[in-house]
Design a protein around this ligand. Structure first.
Ligand code: ZN
Length: 319
């Protein structure tokens, strides 16, 4: 095998669990200014929404998605064995702008520095950790349809923060089967990169042997998906991972991409997803996310599903 085959190119999407779809739309599409690129249901539970946010087309590396588990009993705990933050990138000159915008809307912001980059750290309404990292070189085109000026708009995901009790197995999986390269270490954090490297292609492994183990539920991240260009690459990765002893799922048709799932040895659920066919496969690119789209196996039950789903509005606007 050579380096041009069976390669993961970076992050595809990160999926988290929230409690309330409208509150979530207002935060991610309104306050953070991402485009809602798909309104569908959880394919494993069609009585609940699955909402997707990203850039204009929902390009791999820009996408965050949410399931909704309402109520206090559905709360999870952020901790080891999970992807533990949604980390976006924005130009360095916009960090102050973001801090003011967030604080104006009562979001408490902390400033950090990591690997020489400035970071704004805050939490979404479900207490999921969110960060904006100042990145000088990120040429991805931001979505500006939510009214955030292009010079400030978020460029997409920056890195995947993977927190595990013992880093060795996770680091070995990234380096070997997944072909990431170690970039640098700082304290208990090791940064790896995939493909051509840079923002959207980082995986940070954090070793936290003293903290609590995470438990799934609202307010936590459910899984991280890595991007591959096509089905052939996905199938090759499936075989390689199985050969290394990983339990890998069959290929699942998620309508907008094809996916396989496996759990890395630190406990984090990983997915590999294809860059194609993308979100314009079942609705026009201009109106992505506006109408409720159902996978064909549920289309016959549309009336019942629409009755069960709480009505949601487009994001409220923030100034
Ligand atoms: Zn996924």
């Amino acid at each position: 095998m050579n380096d041009t085959t069976a390669a993961i190119t970076g992050i595809h999407h990160i999926t988290a669990i929230a409690s309330d779809p409208q509150q979530n739309i207002d935060f991610y599409a309104g306050l953070l200014g991402l485009r809602q690129v798909k309104k569908t249901v959880n394919f494993d539970d069609p009585s609940a929404y699955h909402l997707y946010y990203g850039d204009e087309q929902g390009t791999p590396g820009s996408i965050v998605t949410f399931f909704y588990w309402p109520g206090h009993d559905a709360r999870g705990r952020v901790g080891s064995g999970q992807t533990t933050a949604l980390v976006f990138s924005a130009p360095p000159t916009s960090l102050e702008w973001w801090q003011q915008r967030l604080e104006r809307h009562d979001v408490k912001v902390e400033r950090k520095s990591r690997f020489g980059e400035e970071v704004l750290s805050f939490a979404d309404p479900d207490a999921i950790p969110v960060e904006i990292v100042a990145v000088a070189e990120d040429n991805r085109n931001p979505w500006t349809g939510a009214g955030i000026p292009a010079e400030h708009a978020l460029r997409g995901l920056h890195s995947a923060e993977l927190t595990v009790a013992h880093a060795a197995h996770t680091e070995a999986l990234l380096s070997n089967e997944m072909q990431f390269r170690l970039v640098k270490r700082e304290g208990n954090r090791a940064r790896f990169e995939a493909g051509s490297g840079g923002s959207g292609r980082y995986a940070d492994v954090i070793e936290d042997s003293t903290g609590k183990r995470g438990s799934g539920g609202s307010g936590t991240i459910h899984h991280i998906a890595w991007s591959v260009p096509d089905d052939a690459t996905e199938l090759a990765k499936q075989t390689e991972l199985q050969d290394s002893g990983y339990q890998v799922s069959p290929v699942m048709d998620r309508d907008y991409f094809h996916s396989i799932y496996y759990r890395e040895r630190g406990g984090i659920l990983f997915e590999i997803a294809t860059a194609t066919p993308g979100f314009a496969v079942d609705e026009p690119a201009e109106s992505l996310g506006a109408a409720l789209k159902l996978p064909k196996q549920f289309e016959a039950h549309r009336a019942r599903i629409e009755e069960l789903l709480p009505p949601v509005q487009p994001a409220k606007s923030f100034t």
